[in-house]
Design a protein around this ligand. Structure first.
Ligand code: IPE
Ligand code: IPE
Ligand code: MG
Length: 244
């Protein structure tokens, strides 16, 4: 049996380029990407992955043309509407992280509805990062900590990294063990900056709509072969360790 990650975080990238290759509009790529997302969620749930985090929309994606942003918002709404009962039946708990204040009332309400519906589920936790940025996350944690200091609940002189970590969006969940980015881009693009400190990184050239269960298996195989040291020295057989 190989070692499985408890928490997988994925930057689902490459929808636009997938559509361009086919002389289709970018929105066709996003539609195809939703299908991949559905399959990856089901596959991870079947494999008993505890937490799956998906980067759906970054704080910076508002910089895209209004038409594309509007279409993405529409896709989130219809996708949630269509999938929420299947996810619930699969015992999956859905949580959204990010700054939802910029979403429409309709989308915000749908998000709350899905979170309430699935809130007591005990299977996989599915985190959808929407209007999310790692810098935003650290910023909001620090802002809350500053308020606690001002209110006299915490002494400024006593703060530790744990005071920030406990106020981040993923505070109650394990940090990602495996971080995957599709589409060949070798960057983090502001996803979970604090939490991926010791994640194993896996990059593939496959564009998100082409990402399959077999591709995920490849990533899992790579992960199983990694030697995670967390700053410690490599495990060595006892006889090679010199004293002194
Ligand atoms: C990822 O695909 C989806 C979102 C960011 C919402 P892109 O839309 O970034 O596709 P590329 O990177 O342009 O190919
Ligand atoms: C990251 O992809 C965000 C999501 C996949 C939601 P982008 O396509 O926005 O990232 P950059 O702009 O290439 O760094
Ligand atoms: Mg992209």
């Amino acid at each position: 049996m190989t070692t499985l990650p408890q928490h997988i975080a994925i930057i689902m990238d490459g929808n636009g380029r997938w559509a361009k290759q086919r002389f289709m509009p970018r929105i066709a790529g996003h539609r195809a990407g939703i299908e991949t997302t559905r399959r990856v969620i089901q596959y991870c749930a079947r494999k008993n992955i505890k937490v799956l985090s998906l980067f759906a929309f970054s704080s910076e994606n508002w910089r895209r043309p209004p038409q594309e942003v509007g279409y993405l918002m529409e896709l989130f709404l219809t996708g949630l509407q269509r999938e929420m009962h299947a996810l619930h039946d699969g015992n999956i708990q859905l949580r959204f992280i990010g700054d939802r204040s910029r979403f429409s009332d309709k989308l915000r309400k749908k998000i709350e509805e899905v979170e309430t519906l699935t809130g007591q589920n005990t299977g996989m936790t599915l985190i959808i990062a929407a209007d999310y940025g790692g810098q935003w996350d650290i910023f909001q944690a620090v802002a809350h900590l500053a308020q606690a200091i001002e209110a006299g609940e915490v002494r400024g002189a006593d703060i530790t990294p744990a005071d920030i970590a406990s106020r981040l969006s993923f505070a109650d969940l394990p940090d990602p063990d495996l971080f995957i980015r599709t589409s060949g881009e070798l960057r983090i693009s502001n996803f979970m900056l604090w939490q991926i400190a010791y994640s194993e990184l896996y990059f593939t050239d496959i564009l998100w709509p082409d990402f399959t269960e077999a591709e995920l298996d490849k990533a899992l195989l790579h992960y199983a072969g990694r030697d995670r040291r967390f700053g410690k020295s490599q495990q060595e057989p006892q006889q090679y360790i010199t004293e002194g």
